[in-house]
Write a protein that binds this ligand. Structure first.
Ligand code: IVH
Length: 677
């Protein structure tokens, strides 16, 4: 390619990538897969490296982060960044409405009796000002003291949801002169959890909340680190525009979306304060299902001329308030610390708490993760602690309130013997592990429960309690023993009658022809979850070659790293595991694998949500099938979603989908579409 051709190609790629960013974030209608996006991105990067002087000033590659810095410059805001009055009660919000009406009513002719409000989620992230000059991103700053913030431009450039150039689809006025936009930089909850896991593994301090991790990431001195953590950015206010005067809050949000900003879809125009209160209640209900932390609803007067009339107090507007959710963090007493032994033998210290209501859920136990975490936080029995419950995650102890520590508070150390079997406990990195393997009833029990679970061998009727009884009676000493269970064995157990015995024996029998990836997942090999199991199954197509694969060979598979490879190798090298495996095969287990025709992607471009119960497959399996068919999957229904698969018992998600006009299909129809009916 010569220089002129390179120039053309660079411009075309840059324009195309801008377009895809816009489609992805602003329009919620991506038209290419992430992999295709990455391919274009890398091509552009390579070309720009070859011809550095041809790089456009707003090139999307500027997002990957420049050089390391030592400190941030201070930068004054174009307009003061106000904060909002926080309200904790419905009454407070009604009083706000009364104040608004009274103030507007005083100005003759302005007030016709109805005040429209816009209700939006209150994002729990980091408030940011973005400045554009003639439509090109110039500077981004943190809120700081509201007057002056820190210049974090380079870091903000790495966020894909921050447009580097405003789209011509938005009002032209905003692309002339100066435009200042306010919004919130956030870290999605899933990204936050993954990040913390990585930090803990690397012996680094984890973040206390998604908010803190967003703040820490935006204020990273090395933009390459910011780029590696996936932040999102939601825009919600035009702070200053030279040639754009929206008449309403809604018009402003629509303009932001059209310029290419990520604007929340869940924003509602409310014709009365009651509707705004209902929005708050409905959002609170769905709080655990949202992909990012929301700590309340913001209620704003819709008309901008009325906003102007109402004006601002010293630090907050009179036309908007935040109606907060109950806190996710509560204070309670730590009564005891007990130790749980998991199926891999890992010992987890668990805090036994004085039960406390945390944002609507009673919490009486919280994880302390491991000894290092326990030491780092210096948690002692008898302490008063702060606990947090975020989303569907297991509650955890965040910190000790040391001022309230009593003299009797006792430190805790994990035992050197397994509390379940008395086996020796060995330390591996941050974790303590019982070394007794499947001779430890806790490990064996956990392994069996996992082995028979949905998504694994799927033996219904074999729950925790039955497994425990079978273990206690000495009937199941390893996984293969499941296939030696007789009706007479079961007749001796609590809760079994003729019919349930027959059902369980049948379920055990039908489980003998598992799909290979399910079987691999069922074995409980460390680091082999459903995704890795599928990679292995797709690569080898059968069990036998996998059992002898070397670490090097395993690592050649895309998506398999050294840790997984070592763990798979170790599993199949253990003579104890090989014996169990042989016995399983002797018992008649025949894992099978069907190769998928490559290239067939009947659901390409779709974003699918599953809701209600599924009959032919487990939820993770369904998601996997959808992804294999080219779709992306999502946990919650939003406008982004293009297809909802609903089973019996589907509730709010189904309603949402209907409201938004998203096509809804049943499980069998889904299977038909992916060619598996
Ligand atoms: S509007 C003048 N809308 O909540 C009005 N703020 O003190 C400016 N926040 O620091 C704020 N979500 O960063 C607005 N949808 C939303 C918001 C929001 C989160 C933050 C904002 C501010 C804090 C309230």
């Amino acid at each position: 390619m010569n220089r002129a051709e390179a120039k053309k190609r660079i411009e075309a790629l840059a324009a195309e990538i801008h377009e895809h960013d816009h489609r992805y974030y602003a329009l919620d209608r991506p038209s290419i897969s992430d992999a295709e996006y990455d391919r274009r991105f890398r091509e552009l990067q390579a070309l720009e490296e070859e011809y550095p002087d041809l790089r456009p000033p707003a090139s999307p590659t500027l997002r990957v982060g420049g050089a390391m810095r030592t400190a941030f410059k201070k930068a004054p805001h174009l307009r003061p960044m106000l904060s909002l009055d926080s309200l904790m009660s419905e009454d407070g919000v009604r009083e706000f409405d009364a104040r608004v009406r009274k103030a507007l009513g005083r100005d003759e002719g302005l007030f016709a009796g109805q005040v429209d409000y816009v209700a939006e989620p209150k994002f729990d992230g980091l408030s940011i000002e973005l400045v554009y000059e003639d439509g090109v991103f110039l500077r981004g700053t943190t809120r700081g003291d509201g007057e002056v913030g820190e210049d974090v431009t380079e870091n903000l450039r790495t966020i894909r949801a921050v447009p580097l150039r405003l789209s011509p689809e938005g009002p032209a006025g905003g692309r002339e002169g100066t435009l200042a936009v306010r919004g919130e930089a956030l870290m999605p909850i899933a990204e936050f959890q993954a990040l913390n896991t990585r930090l803990i593994q690397a012996n680094e301090e984890p973040f206390a909340s998604a908010r803190n991790s967003a703040a820490g990431t935006v204020r990273q001195l090395d933009p390459a680190i910011t780029a590696s953590r996936r932040l999102d950015f939601f825009a919600y206010e035009v702070m200053r525009a030279d040639r754009f005067e929206p008449r309403t809050q809604r018009e402003m949000l629509e303009a932001l979306r059209a310029w290419g900003f990520h604007v929340e879809q869940e924003i509602r125009l409310c014709e009365s304060i009651d509707e705004a209160l209902a929005f708050h209640a409905a959002l609170l209900e769905r709080r655990d299902q949202l992909a990012y932390e929301v700590d309340g609803a913001v209620v704003k007067v819709d008309r901008t001329d009325w906003q102007g009339r109402l004006g601002v107090r010293s630090r907050s507007p009179r036309w908007a308030v935040a109606y907060k959710f109950p806190p996710r963090i509560e204070v309670t007493k730590l009564l005891d610390i007990v130790v749980q032994v998991g199926r891999t033998g890992k010992l987890t210290p668990v805090a036994v708490l004085q039960p406390v209501d945390v944002a609507g859920v009673t919490v009486s136990r919280a994880t302390l993760h491991n000894q290092d975490e326990l030491d780092r936080k210096d948690v002692r029995i008898g302490d008063t602690v702060r606990i947090r419950r975020a989303g569907d995650v297991i509650p955890e102890v965040v910190e000790v309130i040391t001022e309230r520590r009593s003299r009797g508070a006792k430190a805790f150390t994990l035992p050197s013997e397994c509390p379940v079997c008395g086996g020796e406990v060995v330390r591996e990195g941050a974790y303590h592990r019982c070394s007794n393997g499947l001779a430890c009833p806790a490990q064996l029990g956990g392994r069996i429960v996992h082995f028979v679970s949905r998504g694994a061998m799927d033996i219904t009727g074999l729950g925790d309690k039955t497994v425990k009884q079978l273990q206690e009676k000495g009937l199941v000493k390893n996984l293969a023993d499941i296939y030696a269970i007789t009706p007479i064995d079961l007749a001796g157990l609590e809760g079994f009658a003729e019919k349930s015995i027959e059902n369980l024996i049948n379920a055990i029998e039908t489980s003998k022809k598992p799909r290979l990836h399910r079987f691999l997942f069922a074995l409980g090999i460390e680091h082999v979850g459903e995704t890795v199991a599928r990679l292995l199954a797709d690569h080898y197509g059968a069990l036998e070659p996998l059992t002898t694969a070397s670490e090097e060979e395993l690592q050649e598979i895309r998506g398999i790293g050294p840790e997984v490879a070592a763990s798979v190798r170790a599993f199949f090298s253990s003579s104890r595991n090989r014996k169990v495996l042989d016995r399983l095969l002797k018992a008649g287990i025949r894992p099978t694998h069907e190769k998928k025709a490559k290239g067939a992607q009947p659901l390409a471009g779709e974003i699918v949500v599953f809701t209600g119960s599924l009959e032919a497959m487990s939820r993770p399996e369904a998601q996997h099938k959808a992804e294999a068919a080219g779709a992306r999957t999502a946990a919650g229904v939003s406008r982004k979603v293009t297809l909802v698969v609903a089973g019996p018992g589907a509730g709010t998600k189904l309603e949402e989908a209907r409201k938004l006009g998203i096509p809804v299909i049943a499980e069998h129809e889904f299977l038909k579409r992916i060619g598996e009916a």
